[in-house]
Design a protein around this ligand. Structure first.
Ligand code: ZN
Length: 424
């Protein structure tokens, strides 16, 4: 009796990953679920738009259930008949960031967003959750039954042209980055490929990407001919016809360069197997952005700091590393809750972080900000856009300052663990 109990307990803990293999429940391609993410500063709703069948699955076929717990949202793909959790991932969204703007206090707005997961063989239920700002817990916001044989599912129509930049291994066991062109005129295709090579070299210059390079693949997608030069700068009345409609002044912030429509981005990205999407914009103007498990973007031709911006934004995109710098945006984090990001703390539940085990016995918490502590992992006040109440692990990590020449030891440790999870 006892043996049977232990067996069934193990079975439950192991979940579907141990009980069934990838090919039992998924085809080797992707399902893309497109929706509108709408609301205002205090409310949120998801509206189903369409489902697209995409030709590649670039993710792991082993680590299907999210273990990291990162993100302000979480989605789950559940087998309808058995109730087994087949796949899950955390992510963040542009809509969620917009909810913290002034505009969201007086307007309701919607963004086109999208989720990608391996293509199910049988009927599934898709559930989307959002983290509650007051307590940090995920709350279910949306649920939809999906029949993978439904005749309205749209086949992907290939757009653009793919180039291998650096392919080191199979898509399933590698981390696949797809880099999209934005704002390049037809005669600048060669320049774009060189810019992607430079993007990749920038990542390999930083640990732990330097040591883990062979576990990554980088591919480029040329998003087509006949578009204008550069990207839109609304406040300067510069409007350019580009494939993705990237622009500066997102949320009226000059440096915040983003694309509002994730679905268009995915139309191009789907030409290659991918885990992460990065957009290179052919601009000399400083700026960019990166959202966890969403996409990253920055200018390919700023006169300085281009590489540093790539790496910083990739930190946001790859695992939601927080900004370690200060500011006056008190509404971004609830200081009464421990943030899920690995590299900032409110000290509400610091013990939950691996960082807490990386602090020397003689280091005081909080740690004094002084030159003597330049290379000391500590708990330094000032991070997550506030001067008080949020703390960072290192004085000058690249997630704090573009003059920071490294990811701090806490970011490096977290990045390495996430690479190990994804590249399986
Ligand atoms: Zn750091």
């Amino acid at each position: 009796m006892k043996k049977i109990f232990i067996f069934s307990l193990l079975f439950l803990i192991g979940g579907v990953a141990n009980a069934q293999t990838f090919s039992d429940v998924f085809h080797d391609k992707s399902m893309r679920f497109d929706y509108y993410h709408c609301g205002d500063s205090t409310s949120e709703a998801f509206f189903y738009e369409k489902i697209v069948e995409e030709p590649y699955w670039g993710g792991s076929k082993v680590n299907l259930v999210d273990e990291a717990g990162y993100g302000n949202h979480l989605f789950k793909v559940i087998d309808k008949e058995s109730g087994d959790l087949l796949y899950s991932r955390g992510y963040c969204s542009l809509f969620n960031e917009w909810q913290h703007t002034e505009e969201a206090n007086t307007s309701r707005k919607g963004y086109k967003e999208s989720l990608v997961f391996p293509y199910p063989k049988n009927d599934v239920v898709l559930e989307i959750y959002t983290r509650n700002f007051a307590n940090g817990e995920f709350v279910k916001q949306f649920s939809k039954d999906i029949d993978p044989e439904y005749f309205q599912i749209i086949p992907h129509r290939a757009k653009g042209e793919v180039f291998d930049i650096e392919v080191n291994g199979d898509a399933a066991t590698s981390i696949d980055i797809v880099v999209l062109s934005e704002g390049y005129t037809t005669d600048k295709k060669d320049k774009f490929v060189k810019d992607v090579e430079r993007f990749a070299e920038s990542l390999w210059a930083y640990s732990p990407f330097k040591e883990e390079r062979k576990r990554f693949n980088v591919r480029a997608v040329w998003c087509g001919d006949g578009f204008g030069d550069g990207i839109s700068i609304p406040k300067d009345d510069v409007w350019v016809n580009t494939p993705l409609n990237a622009k500066f002044y997102t949320f009226d912030s000059e440096r915040y360069q983003m694309v509002d429509d994730l679905q268009v981005v995915r139309d191009y990205a789907a030409n290659a197997p991918y885990d992460y999407i990065y957009i290179l914009s052919n601009s000399t103007k400083y700026g960019g952005g990166g959202i966890y498990n969403f996409y990253g973007i920055s200018s390919a031709n700023h006169e300085s700091l281009t590489a540093e911006v790539y790496v910083h934004e990739f930190g946001h995109l790859f695992m939601g590393l927080a900004d370690e710098y200060e500011g006056d945006s008190e509404e971004m984090y609830n200081l009464e809750v421990e943030p899920w990001e690995e590299n900032i703390t409110t000290l509400v539940n610091f013990k939950s972080k691996n960082w807490s085990r990386m602090i020397g016995r003689k280091v005081e918490i909080p740690t004094e900000i002084c030159d003597a502590n330049k290379d000391v992992v500590g708990v330094y006040e000032g991070a997550g856009y506030v001067k008080k109440g949020a703390y960072r692990p290192w004085l000058e990590c690249i997630m704090r300052s573009l003059n920071g020449t490294v990811f701090c030891p806490v970011c490096q440790d977290a990045l390495k663990r996430h690479i190990d999870f994804l590249a399986k």
